[in-house]
Design a protein around this ligand. Sequence first.
Ligand SMILES: NC(=O)c1ccc[n+]([C@@H]2O[C@H](COP(=O)([O-])OP(=O)(O)OC[C@H]3O[C@@H](n4cnc5c(N)ncnc54)[C@H](OP(=O)(O)O)[C@@H]3O)[C@@H](O)[C@H]2O)c1
Length: 200
Amino acid sequence: MDGFIAGPNAEPGNPLGDGGDRIHEWIFDVEAWRERQSMKGGRGGNPDDGVVRELFSRAGAYVMGRRMFAEGELGWADPPPFRAPVFVLTHTPREPWVRQGGTTFTFVTDGPEAALARAREAAGDKDVQISGGADTVRQYLNAGLVDELRVHLAPVLLGAGTRLFDGVSPELTFEREGVIDSPAVTHLTYRVLRTRRVAE
Ligand SMILES: NC(=O)c1ccc[n+]([C@@H]2O[C@H](COP(=O)([O-])OP(=O)(O)OC[C@H]3O[C@@H](n4cnc5c(N)ncnc54)[C@H](OP(=O)(O)O)[C@@H]3O)[C@@H](O)[C@H]2O)c1
């Protein structure tokens, strides 16, 4: 609730930082999430399950920052949950990392617009999901390249760590498009109205 998407000291081996896994507690027993982790069971047919299922099914490709990737690289199973091409923003070239189930991590060193162009091509008719982290989301928002923003508001305070909206231009305006609620989390959907390029 205080805007942090990760706690302090986030790094590979301490994903989401100190206390940060509390943000995601709502998702761990969601059936659609467990399916993507190749795990059986979980709660299905409820609002949280519907949201997770929708987001995965709409995404034809993903873009993420290298720091998010580096945390997931150690923890994601094979097959990873994406089942689609993932483009990782970085300044350090690396060969593509092919995993099972349709997920290949491709490392893009020529910037966010190039990564998005490659993801768009890979996604076909589906969406490109900008998965995070904050540095990456900030750049795409400020460049006017985001149509829809999804926030999953968990009733948790972290107090320190990585904030989602640090450095995001206050010039951007949003329209609330929908709210899906459950006891564990509130799913907010905003349309981004200002899509012209704004100052970094
Ligand atoms: N709560 C959630 O649902 C959620 C979701 C996603 C992520 N997260 C958390 O967010 C944290 C990571 O976020 P973050 O803001 O620190 O980092 P990030 O956006 O994941 O990654 C930043 C990195 O991406 C690369 N990058 C960014 N812009 C670039 C550009 N213009 N050109 C080339 N490379 C570029 C750089 O990699 P190089 O250093 O390799 O050059 C940079 O260090 C993690 O702790 C993760 O767990 C939380």
